[in-house]
Structures are given as C-alpha cells and as structure tokens.
Design a protein around this ligand. Structure first.
Ligand SMILES: [Zn+2]
Ligand SMILES: [Zn+2]
Length: 123
C-alpha cells in the first residue's frame, strides 16, 4: 500500500512538472488519467494539496487553486481574457515596512495581462 502511494505520488509530481501551464488539480488529473487510469481523482487532489503544504510545489490562489512544480521564487501573470497563467521573473523590490509589527516573509504578486494568443485575436 505504501509503495503504491509513493508510485502514484511520483506519477502525479512528474505529470505536474511536464505541464508548464500552472494547471488546476482537475487539469493534472485529466493528464494523469490518460496514462494511468488507476489513479483516482481524489488521490490527485489530495497528493497535490499535501505536496503544496510540504513546500514541494507551489499553490496559487487564483479563484481556483492552481499548482506549479517550479518552486524557485517567481511571480505570475494571468491572462484577463482566457485565464492562462505564465511565469514572470521576479525583480527585487525594496522590502516594505509593516507598522503592525509583522515579520514579512513572502509576497504573492499576480499580474493581470493578455496572453500572446489572445493578443493576436484582439488585433
Ligand atoms: Zn489569453
Ligand atoms: Zn510559476
């Protein structure tokens, strides 16, 4: 049982790594299901959520939850037309102060924009 779980976790992680589109758990499940129909939808959702809790992958709250296998610090842009998500390299910003005394640890920046495919259609 333990071995099967590890194998399924591997399959799910590898599939996420192959998808550069910052998929939702449902999108990851669809990909996993094509090649590994024995892996259940609830397993995919549970494994992704746990890996995000453990910091092995990123969880992006974009209304729906999306996942990202790339954990190096970077920001994101979401297409305001079709919802596609892509990486934005992070530029160093001066660390702001917090009058409320919080220790600031990380920030989440989601840019809004228009993806290349939608830009073409808009022209
Ligand atoms: Zn778009
Ligand atoms: Zn990303």
């Amino acid at each position: 049982m333990e071995e099967r779980n590890t194998l399924q976790k591997e399959i799910i992680y590898r599939t996420l790594r192959e998808m550069s589109c910052h998929p939702t758990a449902g999108m990851v499940y669809e990909q996993v299901h094509l090649r590994h129909p024995a892996v259940s939808r609830s397993t995919v959702f549970r494994v992704l959520s746990r890996m995000a809790d453990e910091g092995k992958i990123l969880r992006l709250e974009l209304g729906e939850i999306h996942y990202d296998a790339q954990t190096a610090p970077h920001d994101h842009v979401r297409c305001r037309v079709c919802g596609a998500v892509a990486d934005v390299s992070r530029t160093e910003l001066p660390r702001p102060g917090c009058d409320a005394g919080f220790l600031l640890e990380d920030r989440t920046v989601i840019y809004s924009g228009v993806c290349p495919a939608c830009r073409e259609k808009l022209q």
